[in-house]
Write a protein that binds this ligand. Structure first.
Ligand code: DGJ
Length: 632
């Protein structure tokens, strides 16, 4: 019932070490699968009870590694709603240190990933050990420094409240931990994880297939729309080159705000002005694909489902459950709940021409209790919930292979390799502010490829921060992900529409490079003035460098980019995404941009180029580096 990495026989070999406790009649199998191409070892453990007594499992790590402490620093990702996955790097000290989630989801707060770095490790040099959990629920990742300065490093299912009762002849499987090692700095760890997730985690039709550029109506309308309004957005979006229209929250039951309606997965035809099928068909007739938002795990107290089945909501009987975003959560550990959701959602999706689903979950789990489990088994609840979710997702993705599923956890609250096994992309954060997204996407880049990161261009002033950034900057940020729009198209000027058309043609032109190329972090959003990242084609023939000024200064220190992944002996030209001279007369471009000079790959690697200065606040530049014929 758990997601697992997969491979052709020739790509992977597995070693199983069987440990036996003859007193308890307990067998513990330690599994190591070696993926040589990506330099990844996946680990999981199977506990089998061969005795006659019940065994209570209170901790079952997926991996445990003992090493000498080589002045290790730990790199982890932290945050909150709307500011997920901010990087933190700190030295290991004596005793325990680590990260965990007890929220029933991999969480906004701590991310199921940790790297141990030798002290002087940089992006390009030094040694790195990485671990991430292929799991969407509670986790613990711990590093313990002992009295003799050794490190015991463990990752596994969260132990907070966990206790699994293993009966005679039963087995318990831990989730997978994905381990990697690099002696070429942090970038190599990232390369290993990106390749691994693309090749051995993401499945289905959209594994290698081009994903559509979408427009989502959430920030354009929130809950307040009609069917006509949605069709109008779709029509206009089509003219700009957008391929998929996504109808977000508010189309079902009684759902005019976030306090009611969840659970009633029946279209509100009065609001839509037609049936859901008619609406979807109208959008398809405009030449757009149709997508829909769902939150099947959610339930509102003010809903027909809750009135009919209050016992299906998670909560402790006799106690008032804690609401979050005005809602409760369905007990997905129950088979009857899972079956109902599979049936209802299947019926809904089966009746409309739909090619995309956004699967949201807008709250963490507290009041952890299931009415289906007796008191000795309540410690199983959180894990059973995740297993239930995986079962529902397995059934639905199997039934609807043509649908692209995008995960979402109230923004980026459930962004992990476990979910990517079912849904090839996950909405990165509820912050659509391009500058805030720099740190969020920078953090995610350590472990996840660009093709996994849901990103949109939204309106300004930004709805979460009030910040005003140029449209080109928003486009540049969104292109470091799956790319889409989330704004009221009717409020755009002709110039903005023209710019969006251009953005779309840039993205289409560079699609394969962006989604399949090698990713390099050049500078960090946490330091300096300008965040720079690069995606290079593995052939070394081209690269796209993106530079966003997160802090604009007068008389700034030049930002130098040493381009990676090129061929030393080849020549290259640099192209800017804007006609600089025409747009900014009187301003000077740095060497390499002015008149199409050819620069050698070796020079670009060793000396690089200087990013054009910021002409506006939060300026972004996209610099396309392309191999050209050798010039004598
Ligand atoms: C949270 C998501 O992250 C948003 O994009 C939007 O879908 C809302 N939920 C809808 O309730």
């Amino acid at each position: 019932g758990l997601p697992t990495s997969f491979a052709e026989e020739s790509e992977c070999s597995t070693l199983e070490i069987v440990c036996q406790d003859s007193l308890l009649n307990l067998k513990v199998t330690l599994s190591y699968s070696v993926f040589e191409n990506e330099d990844v070892i996946t680990r999981h453990v199977v506990v089998a009870n061969g005795g006659k007594d019940i065994i209570r499992i209170e901790k079952a790590a997926s991996m445990s590694l003992d090493m000498d402490n080589r002045d290790f620093e730990m790199l982890t990702l932290h945050g909150s709603w709307a500011r997920e996955r901010h990087k933190q790097r700190r030295k290991l000290g004596a005793g325990y240190q680590g990260i965990s989630s007890g929220r029933g989801e991999s969480s906004h707060q701590n991310h199921p990933f940790m790297a141990l770095l030798t002290g002087s490790c940089t992006q390009e040099q030094g040694e790195v050990y990485g671990v991430q959990m292929m799991y969407s629920g509670n986790f613990d990742i711990q590093a313990e420094v002992s009295q003799f300065n050794s490190v015991r490093w463990q990752a596994g299912i969260g132990t907070n409240d966990f206790c699994w009762v293993l009966g005679p002849e039963e087995r318990f499987y831990t989730p997978e931990a994905l381990l990697t090692y690099s002696d070429e700095g942090i970038d190599k760890m990232t390369a290993n994880y990106h390749a691994f997730i693309k090749n051995h985690v993401i499945r289905g039709k959209y594994k290698d297939k081009k994903r559509p550029i979408l427009i989502n109506n959430w920030e354009a309308t929130y809950f307040h729309f009609t069917g006509e309004k949605l069709v109008a957005i779709a029509k206009e979006a089509k003219k700009l080159g957008i391929e998929l229209f996504v109808m977000d929250d508010g189309w079902f039951g009684k759902r005019e705000d976030d306090c009611s309606g969840l659970g009633d997965w029946f279209p509100n035809e009065k609001k839509l002005g037609c049936t859901l099928k008619e609406l979807a068909e109208r959008i398809v007739a405009e030449g757009m694909q149709f997508g829909i938002w769902l939150e099947p795990e959610g339930i509102s107290e003010d809903s027909d489902l809750y009135r009919c089945r209050p016992d299906w909501a998670v909560g402790v009987p006799g106690r008032k459950p804690c609401l979050s975003r005005g809602q409760l959560i369905l007990d997905f550990s129950r088979k009857d709940v899972q079956d109902y959701i599979i049936e209802r959602i299947s019926e809904l999706l089966g009746g409309i021409p739909v090619t995309y689903v956004k699967w949201d979950c807008n709250r963490a789990i507290c009041d952890k209790f299931s009415r289906m489990l007796d008191s000795s088994r309540q410690g199983e609840f959180a894990h059973r919930y995740v297993l239930g979710l995986y079962r529902v997702l397995e059934k639905l993705t199997e039934k609807f292979p043509q649908i692209l599923f995008e995960g979402c956890g109230g923004g980026g609250g459930r962004f992990d390799a476990g979910l990517l096994y079912y849904m090839p992309q996950i909405w990165g954060s509820d912050t659509t502010d391009a500058i805030e997204r720099l740190s969020i996407q920078y953090g995610a880049s350590f472990g996840y490829p660009v093709s996994a990161m849901g990103t949109h261009v939204s309106m300004v002033p930004n709805h979460q921060t009030g910040r005003v950034t140029p449209l080109s900057t928003r486009g540049c940020m969104a292109m470091a992900g799956t790319f889409g729009y989330e704004l009221d198209i009717s409020k755009l000027t002709q110039e903005e529409k023209t710019e969006i058309r251009e953005q779309i043609s840039i993205f289409q032109k560079h699609y394969t490079l962006i989604q399949r190329g090698d990713y390099y972090r050049i500078t960090s959003p946490l330091e300096g003035t300008c965040t720079v990242w690069e995606i290079a084609d593995p052939s070394g023939r081209e690269a796209l460098v993106s530079a966003v000024y997160h802090h604009v200064q007068a008389n700034p220190v030049p930002v130098r980019v040493k381009v990676q992944g090129l061929k030393d002996e080849a020549d290259y030209q640099l192209f800017l995404n804007e006609d600089f001279k025409e747009k900014y007369p009187g301003k000077r471009l740095p060497y390499g941009f002015a008149s199409g000079e050819a620069i050698s790959g070796a020079s670009l690697r060793q000396f690089g180029f200087v990013v054009p200065e910021a002409v506006n606040g939060f300026q972004a530049w996209q610099i396309y580096v392309k191999e050209c014929p050798h010039q004598a």
